[in-house]
Design a protein around this ligand. Structure first.
Ligand SMILES: [Zn+2]
Length: 88
């Protein structure tokens, strides 16, 4: 691998780390860039990242508003469905 490639190509575990940091707004611009770059060609991490984002948003929503049971069930079902699709 050339120096350039080493700088921008991160492996999946490193990408996951950047992804988690980005979730908590702790990633620096270079890390965010590397993560985005990795997601361009790695479908596994892309799925992981989109699932993570949705989970975080679901959590945020459930904290802000009082959450009716029916809505909770709807979210749970949609998350379950996505996991099932990912693991199919
Ligand atoms: Zn990956």
């Amino acid at each position: 691998m050339s120096k350039m490639n080493k700088l921008f190509f991160v492996d999946c575990s490193k990408a996951a780390e950047c992804c988690n940091k980005a979730q908590y707004k702790e990633a620096n611009p270079l890390e965010k860039f590397k993560l985005k770059f990795h997601l361009l060609f790695c479908s596994t991490c892309r799925k992981l990242a989109s699932t993570n984002t949705r989970l975080t948003e679901t959590l945020k929503k459930s904290k802000i508003e009082p959450c009716p049971e029916a809505q909770k069930k709807k979210w749970k079902d949609s998350i379950k469905k996505e996991y099932a699709e990912d693991n199919a």
